[in-house]
Ligand binder design. Sequence first.
Ligand SMILES: [Zn+2]
Length: 441
Amino acid sequence: MLDYEEVPPRSGLLFSVRENAASTGPTAKTVADLAASSSMRDCLQWFVRERQWISDRHLQLCRIPAPTFFEQRRAEWMANEFRSLGCDAKLDRAGNVLATVDATSDGPYLAVTAHLDTVLAPRRDEEIVCGPDGKMSGPGVADNGAGLSALLAIAAAVKACPELEERLGNILFVANVGEEGEGNLSGMRYLCRQSPQAPKIHSFLVLDGPNVDHITTRALASRRFEIIYTGPGGHSWSDYGIANPVHALARAITIFSEQQSSFNHGSPRSSYNFGVMEGGTSINSIPTEARAKIDLRSESAAKLEDMVHLLAGCVERSLDVENERSVGRTAATRVAAKIREIGSRPGGELPDDSALLKTLRAVDSHLGIRAQVDCASTDANIPLSLGLPAMSIGAGGFGGGAHTPAEWFHPEGRHVGLQRIVLTLALAAAGGRALTTAATP
Ligand SMILES: [Zn+2]
């Protein structure tokens, strides 16, 4: 018997979320005019002038351990920082921090997000080090100290330039939980599907890590399953002949590997991995249980779906063969299997003609940034899978070694990354207002 656990669908939206694909996006002149306006000029300068303030916050937040599922202390610290800047900030039921520069704003929002959690966490303050040249090292300084400090820097810069507050009043700053590993994008999932704010958010700009060299517009989909075989078990000699869960599981893996490998080459790229396998209690007992965990990924949602179906088919086939061979073939001698979904990162894609992407491209050409679009698994997976405009970019500066103890971040040029974000937000937020006028009740 096979069964799947499904995720609930997103509730109805208050307005049409499909971007106007025919939108031409801002021109280079629009960006230049905005950047030259007195309030925006002050804001862009703020990032240059207040480099030390930004780096101080960056170090402080990285020193608060926040491994996935244990983000609360860092979340509370972030919320307090937003409040001390004069923002409205609260934690939602998932543990995400939500903040706005304008306490009265009620959307529609453009969300700028950064995940709170890290794969590795510091055990002592001294593990987060800052050298004389400003280079930081330690777990999480790039991924996602860069993104989180960018949220605070942008909120602080906007608060310092009151004329911008109205323009950016409907930016929702989100420091979310559950991006890494087994977190399975839980914070973003809650924000997009269950949060009272969900229907009010029209677009997402995800800040993940440093750099300005990439724009993730395609969401790499992945699904993870645990396969559990169960049977009556027995003595290896006296009960020989009853169906064996380990044999059935091994057969399923063999059939899947043989069939899947044949169509896993070329583009779109896909992968699979049986990463964990366990079961049985002793060499001379027929096991009562066998389990395996498999990770499936693909650049193509359709191909990923095919892989899931293939997996289900292979499990069914393995049961048939094992039960066919079992002596007596009664319920008492058969094995059964259950496939449990333990992780799912849905795929999706931001269309090339998306207004959000065009806006970022216009800002990039104004700032002289050349960025490549790519495909990766980020918090943007969730909104993209729901058809909402979203992309993930770095928050400036340089860095590397993510998810290792040798992680580092250098703030050189960070102000350019922050200027890029604030210009994009200011232009895309204006686009969002146009969206509401086309609202559907
Ligand atoms: Zn990250």
